[in-house]
Ligand binder design. Sequence first.
Ligand SMILES: Nc1nc2c(ncn2[C@@H]2O[C@H](COP(=O)(O)OP(=O)(O)OP(=O)(O)O)[C@@H](O)[C@H]2O)c(=O)[nH]1
Ligand SMILES: [Mg+2]
Length: 236
Amino acid sequence: MSAKAGALYTNMRQFLQRDNDPLSMDSTHIDYKRVTFLTSAPSLRQCPDDSGCEIAFAGRSNAGKSSAINTLTRTRGLARTSKTPGRTQLINFFELAGGKRLVDLPGYGYAKVPIAMKREWDKHLAEYLQMRQSLAGLVLLMDIRHPLQEFDLQMLNWAAQAGLPVHILLTKSDKLKRGPAQSALLMVERHLRDMDPGCTLLSAQTFSSLKKQGLPELESVLGHWMSADFIDPSAD
Ligand SMILES: Nc1nc2c(ncn2[C@@H]2O[C@H](COP(=O)(O)OP(=O)(O)OP(=O)(O)O)[C@@H](O)[C@H]2O)c(=O)[nH]1
Ligand SMILES: [Mg+2]
């Protein structure tokens, strides 16, 4: 187990001794409206200093990553959104108060991008996820109508191996009625329980940027990840 995975494991054990209902988690209050664009990086080398704490938003192209960041920060136009998949091609960093960061990752699995470009993205994405010490957790977004596709499963397996906590947002929940939306969530949660029986590192919720549905739950999980006792103590 890597040092990072070891520290996260210790944190998870401490966390397990508490109530692990996401809405009652002990969390840091973060004013998400106090956000500024920091930088865009084409690769890991150009990323800002790997210190403090950041949370990355990952998922297939068009899943709603940039929209979710704008919804969370109540800042329209902060992260660029588009009807054209593949819009976010760089790793975009946004800074919150206290030196914490949100990261908008390039979408994966967009078929129309030339294969060489796709390989480049995948390489940078994998490098970022594996090497970034300040990464405290991954928000993995999936369109609620098409959850757990091949790349999503790959991402989940990789994160589980690395001991990285993942919170799944089943996005665009406004596209489904309540019943089918809940069924999709239950199906995803069943899968997560199979992967991680205590469901200590993996969780899921429904979310809609359009209807602003699911914000308190998301904020609670992020607040917990960013709280001092959850951050890797070996990181500076
Ligand atoms: N109905 C609905 N549409 C949404 C929601 N969230 C995002 N969208 C739409 O989905 C499209 C893609 O959203 P983005 O936020 O740009 O998706 P992305 O994951 O950042 O996409 P890439 O940058 O290409 O990887 C846009 O047309 C959004 O308006 C939502 O909650 N409900
Ligand atoms: Mg985007």
